[in-house]
Ligand binder design. Structure first.
Ligand SMILES: Cc1ncc(COP(=O)(O)O)c(C=O)c1O
Length: 387
């Protein structure tokens, strides 16, 4: 495989000025991250500060309701409430070891922003977070959390004022401030080596889940299912299962409202190959290569691109990708809350909804859903939409 590529996807489509920090990061991955000392410190942090291993929970009520043997990998129980902290703590530790002082990131739902601000506070680093102005409004609670944690949150007013625009702004900041700053990319996308780096830090999700599932049931699940925004929780959940041919891997993209004139956030199902944010991947774009505005009720899935490894898994057929719309996700948000006492993030609700919508085809099968985050941040928006 070509360096920095997954099949035909990936690469480093960046301005010349971004090559030095990307090469520096790759060097740090090869020298610092591979040391026993780094790995030991990271493992200690995941155990003592994140609360890993996260639980694997069986859902008895929903299993009875649906006829599907449903299990949840509980990333919602992590410190700060989502899978994002696995990656931000790893990158913050690397930043510290690289001798840099500022942790820069972008955020959509605010979970990556909160997780980065938390890691920065722990490592005594400054934190700068770019966030689309629309997301600043719809995820207001997380903005307050980031500010309390000491981060500078900068609203982005360009484009659709969502995640894509926040990444553009963060990349511009990095070009100017690279000497002292590490860009803590929040998902398994962007130019090489970010898709690989983020997968390395998130792969613990699938490693733990595979072992826990075997310990509890004596076998592997029939299906592993996760929502896909940029793709970090899904690639983290899938990675350990890729060699297990009996296990179906299902990524769930966001379908938006489905109304005319509303663009969805499902580039693997409805997009084409192109270049965005330094990577070649599947994108929502016009025939001329103009990026289309995405939409989803969940800010964390509201992105017109996807990480390159998912594009490769899609192209090879090893993973399948389906679409769940806003209404189905909102329904799953309520169903999981009422039937299992777990309030999921709207992002994760898409993965739960996939099981509910496909229950007839999944009768008697065991399905492991990666519950990527908790839903406190979404209470306002759900109440507004559902009335
Ligand atoms: C809880 C949660 N799940 C999923 C996502 C989507 O990101 P990714 O596809 O990188 O896991 C986000 C993004 O903000 C999130 O907050």
């Amino acid at each position: 495989m070509k360096k920095g590529y997954f099949g035909d996807f990936g690469g480093q489509f960046v301005p010349e000025l971004l090559m030095p920090p990307l090469l520096e990061l790759e060097e740090a991955m090869n020298t610092i991250m591979t040391t026993r000392e780094f790995q030991r410190e990271f493992a200690d942090l995941l155990r003592d500060c994140v609360g890993r291993p996260s639980a694997l929970t069986h859902c008895p009520n929903l299993s009875k309701d649906t006829g599907v043997d449903l299990w949840l990998k509980r990333e919602d129980l992590n410190h700060t409430g989502a899978h994002k902290i696995n990656n931000t703590l790893g990158q913050a530790l690397l930043t510290k070891r690289m001798g840099k002082k500022v942790l820069l990131t972008e955020t959509g739902a605010g979970m990556n922003g909160v997780a980065t601000a938390t890691a920065a506070a722990m490592m005594d680093l400054e934190c700068v977070v770019y966030m689309g102005a629309v997301d600043v409004e719809r995820q207001a609670l997380n903005v307050r959390r980031m500010e309390l944690l000491g981060a500078r949150v900068i609203p982005v007013e360009s484009g659709t004022k969502t995640l894509k625009d926040a990444i553009n702004a963060a990349l511009r900041f990095w070009i100017a401030e690279q000497g002292n700053t590490h860009y803590c990319f929040g998902t398994a996308a962007g130019p090489h080596p970010f898709p690989l780096l983020v997968r390395e830090f998130q792969a613990i999700v699938g490693r733990e889940a595979r072992q826990q599932f075997q310990d509890k049931t004596g076998k592997l699940p029939d299906v592993v299912c996760a929502c896909v925004g940029g793709g970090s929780n899904a690639i983290g959940a899938f990675h350990a299962f890729v060699p297990d041919e009996s296990v179906r891997l299902v990524g769930v993209e966001a379908g938006g409202t489905g109304e005319p004139g509303c663009y969805n956030s499902a580039p693997l199902n409805l997009g084409s190959e192109g270049v965005l944010h330094g990577m070649k991947s599947m994108l929502l774009q016009t025939e001329e290569g103009q990026i289309l505005p995405s939409h989803s009720v969940s800010a964390g899935l509201d992105y017109p691109g996807v990480g390159p490894e998912h594009s490769a898994l899609h192209a090879s057929g090893r993973a399948e990708y389906d679409v769940i719309n806003d209404t189905e996700a909102l329904n799953a948000f309520q169903v999981l809350s009422r039937r299992e006492g777990i309030i999921p993030a709207l992002e994760s609700s898409h993965a739960v909804a996939w099981v509910l919508e496909n229950k007839d085809k999944l009768q008697g099968k065991s399905v492991l859903v990666n519950l990527s985050g908790r839903g406190d941040k979404d209470m306002d928006i759900v109440e507004r939409v559902l009335g």
